[in-house]
Design a protein around this ligand. Structure first.
Ligand SMILES: Cc1cc2nc3c(=O)[nH]c(=O)nc-3n(C[C@H](O)[C@H](O)[C@H](O)COP(=O)(O)OP(=O)(O)OC[C@H]3O[C@@H](n4cnc5c(N)ncnc54)[C@H](O)[C@@H]3O)c2cc1C
Length: 373
């Protein structure tokens, strides 16, 4: 049996690729070391932000707009709650580069974005306190993706469409040549025409040359109340402190508000080094500076979790084939901001398997920018 597409890693991107490729009529094998959704990769902790006016640069906007359309479609098809349109408020000093990129993205793509000065912002959301030189950029159409629900839905729909799924079975090696691709597992060797390598943080175990650094990250839930919930129109948010630290958070659910710090974390070299929340002495207090300054009404830390970023050197994605393996597409280096794109990245992998031309400009995500051999 030869598959049209073999997927190594069926977490965020791989789950989407499995569904779109099967729906397109391809013979697909999805594999995973665990059974997604799970807590060993980068997608757990219930929720992920989706922002359209993109602080990381406008090259991402066409991708995120397509991703949003696919998430909306998935919500309809699956009957599950995949997206909550809470709006996203981006906060920071008026001269913040992230905010100016977000503003530029909105201008270039005519996205709705409200710019608020500190006084107007605090009048609209009295739960938020910002210094007088801060601004807020509010995106009404963005919000929260329910990441684990989304992956479960993609995997279920892929299976119902006839996709082969081999879970709890790590891929031990991949082979590519001009004829095709194959993977080795404890269940045997499987052959295909094309390969998607979407193995997340530990992709270097299969492709050691990739410039990807695993980083341990944490997020935690804090005591909140109804004022911080979507019922009170409290938004999801990103926030930059005067010292440059970047935080992100979600409207409270069940009186618990989740917050995390985007920069920082601990570089790790093996999955066992990703210690649980609380094992690093700074974990419990990591969000305090943001909470004290910006959300002073939030209470104590209830619980937290650890997760992993797969950082590329410039924190932009890697979406490319290797020079010696044109049948294998690698999607990695999502650097802690990739979930929102998982749907469109899955669609891109499906088009790769169909030999269809790219709809998006993927040159900013090429490996050659690192002089990768
Ligand atoms: C704390 C935190 C907060 C984040 N916040 C946001 C956010 O707000 N918005 C946003 O857009 N993104 C966010 N992200 C980033 C986003 O979650 C990730 O970029 C995305 O989930 C990565 O998707 P992936 O498919 O590459 O990896 P994963 O979803 O981790 O999937 C990789 C899969 O590969 C499997 N695998 C690994 N090795 C093998 C092997 N040898 N054989 C078979 N399978 C294998 C794993 O088991 C896993 O299921 C956040 C990440 C973290 C950690």
């Amino acid at each position: 049996m030869e598959y049209d597409l073999i997927i190594v890693g069926s977490g965020s991107v791989g789950a989407a690729a499995g569904y779109y490729a099967t729906k397109a009529g391809l013979k697909v094998l999805m594999t995973d070391a665990a059974h997604p959704p799970h807590k060993e990769g980068s997608h757990h902790g219930e929720s992920r932000l989706i922002r359209h006016a993109y602080g990381e640069g406008e090259k991402y906007v066409p991708l995120v707009l397509r991703a949003q359309a696919l998430w909306n479609e998935l919500q309809t098809l699956s009957g599950e709650k995949i997206f909550t349109q809470s709006g996203v408020l981006n906060l920071g000093p008026a001269q913040s580069e992230f905010l100016s990129n977000a503003e530029q993205s909105a201008r270039q793509f005519s996205l709705p974005l409200e710019k608020l000065d500190a006084e107007t912002l605090m009048a609209r959301w009295p739960e938020i306190t910002v210094p007088s030189d801060y601004i807020g950029l509010f995106e009404p159409d963005s919000g929260v993706l329910h990441s684990e629900t989304a992956i479960a839905a993609l995997i279920r729909l892929a299976e119902e469409a006839g996709c082969a799924q081999l879970f709890n079975c790590p891929v031990e090696a991949i082979h590519t040549d001009a004829q095709g691709v194959s993977i080795d597992t404890s269940e045997g060797t499987f052959h295909g025409r094309k390969l998607l390598v979407s193995a997340g943080t530990w992709v270097k175990r299969l492709m050691p040359g990739l410039p990807v650094t695993p980083v341990r990250k944490i997020f935690a839930w804090y005591q909140a109340d109804g004022r911080y919930s979507t019922n009170n129109r409290f938004p999801a948010f990103t926030g930059e402190l005067p010292n440059g630290d970047q935080f992100y958070g979600f409207p409270a659910d069940n009186n618990e508000l989740k917050i995390g710090k985007h920069n920082g974390g601990q570089v790790i070299n093996a999955p066992e080094e990703r210690k649980p929340f609380g094992a690093v002495s700074t974990d419990g207090a990591e969000a305090f500076p943001f909470l004290r300054q910006i959300l002073p009404g939030i209470g104590g830390c209830l619980y937290g979790a650890s997760c992993t970023y797969d950082n590329s050197p410039d924190e932009d994605f890697i979406i490319d084939t290797l020079p010696d393996a044109p049948n294998a597409l690698v999607i990695t280096g999502l650097s802690g901001h990739g979930f929102k794109f998982a749907s469109v990245l899955g669609e891109i992998a499906c088009e790769f398997a169909q030999n269809a031309p790219h709809r998006f400009d993927l040159t900013p995500f090429a490996l050659s920018r690192f002089n990768h051999a």
